[in-house]
Design a protein around this ligand. Structure first.
Ligand code: PRP
Ligand code: ZN
Length: 300
């Protein structure tokens, strides 16, 4: 009997600031895929894992509705959808599994130059343009502010100039868009970065194993990005001090040095970035021949 092949689908932003990083992340997990003519569907060539390229705002919904098993999307979009479902009396059927350390931005309130803002109370009875109506509503409620939310699907930053709003609430990354539109950031509602979300729906055993495998690889890729392998020589007497200086490392490997009784070689995986200051401190503690190497793969 033929058992149909079980494939999993991962939703990724089609066109935007997360696209390249997301595809790169999946490639580093060993996935190879072929992009279709309509560019919406990438067929996984070496694993039964396909990629759906969609608007970022649709990603939580696709995972919630069980069209995709995993998604890579900004926390801002995930949080907005969770609130939207919540206000409708529903629960989000996805969970956040990792932060992936790209797509950093924040959802902020901004005011036009010349418009006074001393605190949330200045928003009372004013109009605020946003695409994030639920996150904004939630913020206004917690601040006990009564303001009108004006929905804009895009180009929120031009709303004040059009006379459609007094303030805006939108994503800020570099701040360039705000500056270009003579707006200034006055309040941060949410700090965001890209995250991986996973369906909460129970999967068939084969699919679940595949999801677990890819999550394990993602975890490995994310861990090695910051991790470094450090090698150095150290006086035995300074071993404790030197070990304590190694950032985020577990027990280092200590190896005898040929022809030396009082010096050893120390090897350690540091799960944090290793800065010049750390190397200088290690040197001051007696370490010599310091080497910092990138780690390509790691499997816990
Ligand atoms: C956001 C936001 C601004 C811009 C701000 O849009 O709506 O237009 O980025 O970035 P900056 O501070 O670096 O200038 P985004 O590109 O995320 O598109 P989307 O909201 O339509 O997904
Ligand atoms: Zn979007």
């Amino acid at each position: 009997m033929d058992i149909p092949e079980q494939r999993i689908k991962i939703a990724v932003q089609k066109n935007g600031r997360l696209t390249e990083h997301s595809l790169d992340l999946l490639e580093r997990c060993g996935l190879r895929f072929r992009q279709s003519k309509d560019q919406l569907f990438c067929y996984g060539e070496n694993m039964p894992i396909d990629i759906l390229l969609v608007r970022d705002d649709d990603i939580p919904g696709l995972v919630h509705d069980d069209v995709c098993d995993l998604g890579i999307v900004g926390l801002n979009v995930v949080a907005e959808k969770r609130l939207e479902l919540g206000y409708a009396g529903k629960e989000a059927l996805y969970k956040q599994v990792f932060e992936v350390d790209f797509g950093h931005c924040r959802l902020s309130l901004a005011a036009p130059e010349g418009v006074e803002y001393r605190g949330a109370e200045d928003l009372n009875n004013r109009r605020i343009a946003t695409s994030y109506t639920n996150l904004l509503r939630n913020y206004l409620d917690t601040q006990r502010v009564n303001a009108e939310i004006v929905y804009f699907s895009g180009a929120v930053e031009i709303a004040p100039k059009l006379g459609k709003a007094d303030f805006i609430c939108d994503l800020v990354s570099t701040g360039g868009t705000l500056t270009a539109n003579s707006l200034r950031e006055v309040e941060t509602l949410l700090d965001s970065e890209a995250v991986i979300i996973q369906t909460l729906k129970p999967l068939a055993a084969g699919k679940q194993a595949l999801v677990d495998k890819i999550l394990k690889r993602l975890d490995g890729v994310l861990q090695v990005r910051e991790s470094k392998y450090i090698m150095l020589n150290a006086p035995k007497a300074a071993l404790d001090e030197i070990s304590a200086l190694l950032p985020g490392s577990e027990a280092p490997t200590v190896v005898p040095l040929d022809g030396s009784d009082d010096r050893v070689a120390v090897h350690a995986v540091c799960r944090e970035n290793v800065f010049w200051e750390t190397l200088e401190n290690l040197k001051a503690a007696g370490a010599t021949s310091l080497l910092v190497l990138p780690i390509e793969k790691m499997l816990a």
